[in-house]
Design a binder for this molecule. Sequence first.
Ligand code: UD1
Ligand code: MG
Length: 451
Amino acid sequence: MSTALVILAAGKGTRMNSDLPKVLHEIAGAPMLAHAITSGLTLDPSRLVVVAGHGAEAVTKAAEETCPLAQIVLQEEQKGTAHAVEQARSVLDGFEGDVIVLYGDTPFIRPETLEAMREARARHDVVVLGFEAADPARYGRLVMDGDRLDRIVEFKDASDEERAITLCNSGLLCAPGPLLFELLSAVGNDNAAGEYYLPDVVALANARGLSSGVVTCDEAETLGVNSRAELARAEALFQARARADAMENGVTLQAPDTVYFAFDTFIGGDTVIEPNVVFGPGVTVENGARIRAFSHLEGCHVSRGGVIGPYARLRPGAELAEDVKIGNFVEIKEARLDRGAKVNHLSYIGDAEIGEGTNIGAGTITCNYDGVFKHQTRIGARALIGSNTMLVAPVSVGDDAMTGSGSVITTDVEPGALALGRAKQVNKPGFARKLFEMLKYKKASQAKEAE
Ligand code: UD1
Ligand code: MG
């Protein structure tokens, strides 16, 4: 049976107090919406519909970046969750499979939970995802009749007795497409909020002699984000899980609470991560590497045996082969370093290729940008770049070549050559002593004048 996902993402998120639509606020470097879509995609749905409203243009862009096949429908006015799903009616016309409704601001739903909802459809016509809430607060309450779900009552409309129920509605729901849209036609807005409530389809289904049931999950999975404080809590929850997973997979974290992962960070086993390391999106680190303290990595790849930092910055496009060493205050961008290359101190390597075993001296800069264009620097294998070499790109240095410290290299250096690109040194015997004497004499006469 094919599955369609409908992701609700039209709300403004007033309590975020933001110009950015709520679902585009990021957790671990990706918009909440992307987290929701990614988890939904594990069901291999044949259709994915995103209901956009506030900031629709930006929401559409983010949805398409995560899932190019996403279909976007517009909910011009937010009249409630049922009204939101209603907007997907025309694009899902003729779709006979199950529809699962997700929220764009509920980023932590696990694939297993979605799978359990889909499986529960074998027993019930409508399946709702519920959870036992430590503090049920303003969630909708699930009113059960044995193991069947009788109805869902919103907090605003609930009696005291119903408010005492702790089994709450996550908002996620699964039903056959044709039935869902048939039931939606019957949903009214005669309630405390004056909104069209999606949860009302449960009572409507039961009134037709159909069956509704509940699948439950951990409360942490249904964590919704409505404010910056909740966003920070969601981030903390993500990080706690990512750290635990990394350690479970054989990664050493010396101070787990100080290491920050992105949604897609991959770290191989037996890698050691020292304190205060931040991973931006797009990082893979192979087994047995060491990421030393206070390093920042994004969009890069570190191979086996690499040692990065302390205080290193790897930017997008840094591709490091095995046993590469990057030391303190070194920035690498769009550069490929072959096996065993070393850049140990205070350097900027951008738009470059560095050959196997090459050693880049302290303070070396690839001068890659002329104000308009970026240019490449190519350095061969086993080369030695002297400290404080400026490599004015485009330029290349051959295998086994050397540059003198302090050189400004503007033309290509052939293999095995020594390039010296600096002013010739001149020594003047006795000059320093004479100069000191002159200066001291001047200072003494100034002091005398001042008396
Ligand atoms: C909803 C449920 C409640 C449940 C809670 C879980 C209803 C009526 N209530 O309440 O039972 O316990 O979620 O968090 O469904 N949205 C739209 N268009 C709209 C309205 C909402 O796209 O017109 C989107 C929002 O952007 C959000 C989601 O739907 O992603 C949920 O809406 P929200 O207003 O947060 O519903 P709750 O009042 O929290
Ligand atoms: Mg909500």
